[in-house]
Each structure stands twice: as C-alpha cells, then as structure tokens.
Design a protein around this ligand. Sequence first.
Ligand code: PAF
Length: 281
Amino acid sequence: MITTAAIADIRAQVKAWRTKGETIAFVPTMGNLHQGHITLVQQAREKADHVVVSIFVNPMQFGQNEDLDAYPRTLEQDSKALIAAGAELLFTPTPEIIYPKGLAQQTYVDVPEIGDELCGASRPGHFRGVATIVNKLFNIVQPDMALFGKKDFQQLLVIKTMVEDLSLPIDIIGIDTIREPSGLAMSSRNGYLTAQEKINAAALKQALDDMAASIKQGVDLDTATQTAQQSLLAARFTPDYLELRNAYNLKPATDEDKELVIVAAAYIGKARLIDNLTFIR
Ligand code: PAF
C-alpha cells in the first residue's frame, strides 16, 4: 500500500489506473479503524479494481467544544488493517494541505434542510464540514464510487444529496452497520466508553428494536417514543434525539409513509453515540 499526504501523488496514481481503464472505489475515514471501516474496504475491493482510503480527522466538522483534539489517531495500526483488507493507496493529508488558507477562508458546501436537523441541529456546522471535506476528497481522488457506513444514516443522505445536487459522477454506496455481539454499533467513539458504559450502551439498539416492534404493532408514536426514552434513561444515557422519520428524505414520518427509520443520538459517559433502524410499516 502506498501512503502519501501529497495530493499530486494521489492524482498521479489514480491517473495511471484510469489510463488502463481500471475502476476506483474510495473509502473516506477519520482513522481509528474498526471492523465497520474494514468491511467498507473489503466491499470496495469486490466492487472496483482499486481501493483508495483517506484518513483525515477533519477539523471543519467538529464543533468548538467537541472531541477534535481527543479523537484517537492510530495510523500505524490502521495501516496494517488496511493492507490486510486490500487497500492500495492511503491518503493521509494534514489540515494545512486540505485547508491551506485556514478554515475561515475556506469555500464550503452546505446541503440545506437535510443537513440542518437532527445531528445538524445538535452540532451546528457539522454537515457543512462533512460535505465540504467529502467534496474536496472526491475532487482529489475522483473515484467511480465511494462507500459509507449506514450507521451515519443522516451523513449518508447528506452526501447522496450533495452528489445529486452538484451532479458529481460518483456512485454512493451505503453499507450495513457492523455491530458488537451485544448489538452496539461499531464506532470509533466506543473507545471513550468504560467497560460498564459499553455494557449499558447496548440499550440503544435494543430501544430502537423495541420501538420499531411497538410501532408495527400499532402502538402510538408518542407512547413508543416515551418507552424508548425511558429505557435509554434507565441505561444511564442522556438522549439527544429519538425520532421516527421517512427513510428516504428524513422528513418527520407521516401516516402514509411506509419505509421508515428511527434515528437516535444519546450521550453516555464521554461519548455521544448515534444509531438508527430502518423498517417497513
Ligand atoms: O464518517 C466519517 O468518518 C467522516 O464524517 C468522513 C465521511 C470521513 C468525513 O470526514
């Protein structure tokens, strides 16, 4: 695997592959890789001739009081896992390479509406940061396709919307969430949990499963939501949001909507965890 922080190196390698008519799949990450990321790389390997991965802890998507400095940087361990998974090119730019004029001077991409609520409301500017970096990385790597985990359900829809709105010729592929045996969705932020918090954190997925089952049985939304909130509180979560939405556009679910998603974010210990569950009514 070639590892480089230089945009020119990425462009040269990708151009060499393209000249031979070969396809490129891209997996953007912030590093501290877990099985969820590795699955993205393995899936990418099956879908394209070459796999490019980026590791960049993007300052633009962190709020002022968030965990930018604490975010784990584990390049050596990540590189070994990427080689084993079949990645061939790893882009590891610095903030100075990506944002040479600084964040305040940076042109940005805003995805309206879908980027403004749920996590966008709790973390103002977060999806502007995500859309901007993903757009920049797409312009640097110029892949045929890019793979993202469905755990970040809203992020996936924001990126799909951006790609459609800006007519980017890139296929966006969502890959199912990889979970611990307890049901806890794999996330780099699980590393912030104590052993006891990790046990309690399984209650998040359980709450989503129970809420979906109640809704399917005809329990009214308020009651189903309150029951789920109570089970999160009992597991020592502080819920941020827990909502039933349309699975395609993330608008609040109506009685006519059949394909639904429950989206949730909740704090436990030092971590803010998110999860979701899609289902058909
Ligand atoms: O999901 C992530 O790890 C990040 O939000 C992403 C897509 C790599 C952009 O920084």
